[in-house]
Write a new protein. Structure first.
Length: 125
């Protein structure tokens, strides 16, 4: 193993140790490159410590979506607010998953049509 390869492997092992798993994967798009994965606070860092693995792209999207969540009043019940923020955070994640599932479904139908000799975009009878 060269010095460069050793340095790369050391960086990889440190990152995997920080992530807490040897096989991290983005929970929304399936990205598995450890260099792009991060922990996302589903309810927002202020409201709950629970995290999920997502890639940097998905993280930016759902973090931006969290900015549209309603404000919590100073006298609000903290537990109810945390649960509400967690549920809204799950919705943000699931919207990305739904988009990906829709794209996969359309791609599979397209491939099925091509494999069956149908023209792209042709409706089934």
């Amino acid at each position: 193993m060269t010095d460069k390869e050793l340095a790369r492997e050391i960086r990889k092992q440190r990152r995997l140790e920080k992530l807490g798993t040897d096989k991290p994967i983005c929970g929304t798009c399936g990205e598995a490159d450890y260099r792009t994965l991060e922990r996302h606070h589903v309810a927002g860092r202020k409201h709950d410590p629970d995290t999920v693995f997502i890639c940097a792209n998905c993280h930016r999207k759902v973090t931006d979506d969290q900015k549209d969540h309603p404000a919590i009043g100073a006298k609000a019940d903290a537990m109810l607010a945390a649960i509400g923020m967690f549920l809204l955070g799950l919705v943000d994640l699931l919207e990305l998953v739904i988009d990906k599932l829709s794209a996969f479904g359309l791609a599979l139908i397209e491939r099925a049509n091509v494999a069956g000799g149908e023209q792209a975009g042709q409706a089934f009878a």
